[in-house]
Design a protein around this ligand. Structure first.
Ligand SMILES: *Cc1c(COP(=O)(O)O)cnc(C)c1O
Length: 372
């Protein structure tokens, strides 16, 4: 049986967990939390990083930081994970869904100016599967209309846009370390704060609305309730596990790159109309999070995934378009978003995870060839 994903142990995860216990502090914001945060700040030049329990948490922090209030409009792609929208809905925002590009599952930056109104407060871009969004156009729109940019970079760690690390471009960015992502700790995430103005308040929101972080640095002499917030700090046990992965960051990324290229080169000989691949734009250096086929006719995707399952290979679809979801569809007013629906109906993700062997990938490719 080849699962779609299998979380791996990359190195010292277990040793660091026992070390954290021996250090005598396993609640949040301790030794390993600091180590993980510094790792990302140094490696990618992020201004400030705060670890969270999940990317969902980080998105909720972003919505609080941007002071989203009832009636504010937030633009995002309909083809994204539910948390991208939910975090802003929780603050009372009205979500304005945009379509994706035709050849990538990313928001179509060239087709969203008409969605901006006086109530628009932010654009949230999801870098699908570690493939960067066309940020130049987003940056220009945001500057012209004084909008905030949040990058939902959940699956995009180590990806670049025109040489800039994904997550370093928007005012805020969010990442996930869920077990399905390139580096993981079961459940985990982080908020990246690039805009200086948000840093002090982000720390307060992170620590349940208190000034505990400043207090522990001896910057204030009382530890008090000073703002709204919640419990966003993950345990040191999770941070210790994550640090074990981060020490092997480049290795884990290189394994995926080889796997991705093995899929691509083995499928290259297939007839061009059997399926398409996601187009990787010239400005995007991807992180090989996803290898997906886009089927081009009828129920080819369902039949292909059944065919693979008969050989014990688990291939899976991806997002439901949020504007068509049971929660949202009744409030959605707007045009059909046909490119997104195409990805919802035809995108099939193949197994990719560090322990997957290259000859297993060749077997998967053979099964795909036998189907077509
Ligand atoms: C995985 C993912 C999330 C959710 O991440 P969690 O850490 O599970 O909260 C959010 N957005 C996108 C685009 C994702 O891929």
């Amino acid at each position: 049986m080849l699962p779609f994903n299998k979380p791996c142990i990359a190195g010292n995860e277990m040793n660091y967990i026992s070390d954290a216990i021996q250090r005598g502090k396993i609640s949040g914001n301790g030794y390993y939390t600091e180590k993980c945060q510094s790792f990302f700040e140094n490696k990618f030049g992020f201004n400030k990083v705060l670890l969270t329990h999940s990317c969902t948490d980080a998105l909720e922090m972003a919505a609080i930081l941007l002071n989203i209030v009832e009636g504010d409009e937030v633009i995002m792609s309909t083809y994204t994970y539910v948390s991208t929208a939910n975090a802003f809905v929780l603050r009372g925002a009205k979500i304005i869904f945009a379509d994706t590009e035709k050849y990538t599952p990313n928001i179509d930056a060239n087709n969203l100016a008409h969605l901006i109104t006086k109530k628009t407060k932010a654009i949230v871009v999801t870098h699908y599967g570690g493939i960067a969004v066309n940020m130049q156009v987003i940056l220009e729109l945001a500057a012209e209309h004084h909008l905030f940019i949040v990058e939902d970079a959940a699956a995009a760690i180590g990806a670049y846009y025109n040489g800039l690390p994904v997550g370093s471009i928007g005012h805020l960015a969010t990442f996930s370390f869920h077990e399905t992502k390139n580096v993981q700790c079961g459940e985990g995430g982080m908020l990246v704060i690039n805009d200086e103005r948000f840093i002090a308040r982000a720390e307060i929101i992170w620590e349940k609305g208190t000034n505990r972080a400043a207090f522990s640095r001896n910057e204030v002499n009382r530890y008090e309730w000073v703002d709204i917030g919640s419990s966003f700090t993950p345990s040191e046990l999770n941070a210790a596990f994550l640090f074990g992965q981060l020490e092997n960051f480049d290795y884990l990324q290189s394994v995926r790159a080889k796997q991705w290229e093995t899929y691509r080169s083995n499928l290259a000989e297939m007839t061009p109309n059997a399926f398409r691949l996601i187009k990787i734009p010239h400005y995007a250096a991807q992180n090989h999070h996803v290898f997906a086929l886009l089927t081009t006719f009828g129920d080819a995707r369902e039949n292909l995934s059944k065919h693979l399952l008969e050989s014990g290979i688990l291939a899976v679809s991806h997002y439901q378009c949020l504007h068509k979801s049971p929660y949202f569809h009744k409030q959605y007013v707007g045009p059909e978003l046909p490119n997104s629906i195409d990805f919802e109906q035809n995108l099939l993700r193949l197994p990719i995870y560090p322990d997957l062997k290259l000859d297993e990938i060749i077997t998967i490719c053979d099964r795909i060839k036998s189907f077509f």
